[in-house]
Ligand binder design. Sequence first.
Ligand code: V07
Length: 255
Amino acid sequence: MKPFVKWFGGKTDKAEAAQGLDSDNIPSHVAVIMDGNGRWAQKRGLPRIAGHHSGMKNVKKITMAANDIGVRVLTMYAFSTENWKRPKEEVEYLMKLPLEFFPKEIDELVANNVQIRMTGWSQDLPDYTLKAVQDAIDRTKNNDGLILNFALNYGSRKEMLAGVQQLVKDAQAGKIRPEDISESMFSSYLLTDPLPDPDLLIRTSGELRISNFMLWQLAYSELWFTDLCWPEFNELHFYEAIQEYQRRARRYGGL
Ligand code: V07
């Protein structure tokens, strides 16, 4: 963890926590279910959208914390295929967050060599949302640092069904033989292709569920839950989760 001494002067809590990590065992891909934004706001007598706004600011903070320790991919679950059922005003507000995020954060993300990607059904997003996300993807596509992957309008069962449908079409067209379908081939039909599977899933706000998120990809991932709401979750909590990840022996069902 030597570089952190240089970056933070070896003085801050954050630097100390980062230095407590084993730099040879940093998870390549960390996925986060950023839950509890509305709850965080309601606890403070604020409207739910104030929680989403606060949650958006936290995305940048945790992205930088992940980048600092050498995480390669950070997937942030920002909007699920089920979230359209929320009140119309809340959905409209959420769909404007990418427009607000980028003008504010893009320069720092570019300066830190972050590459933006998106996983989900982009065609169902409002045009202005899609344009903001696409601009960010285009502006960062030549960066080769941390991949900040937003799961937007994403749901895992739908993803797997779409993959199976395409797989069957390709088989019927004679492009693949059923007996050649392997785990890695199936993975290549999913929206997350070519990203590696998450090594660690973090979920905030106390719910102990996967909620239709990366069901195939999380097969061997370590799961880490906290009661903290997403806007309260900071770099130190993030490094705590990574430390716990490093303590657990990962055996993939073997010995
Ligand atoms: C959203 C803030 C984070 C907490 C979870 C829900 C609300 C950042 C983005 C975003 C997405 C794509 C992109 C740039 C920024 C975002 C939505 C909700 C829909 F290219 N935060 N955030 N998008 N929340």
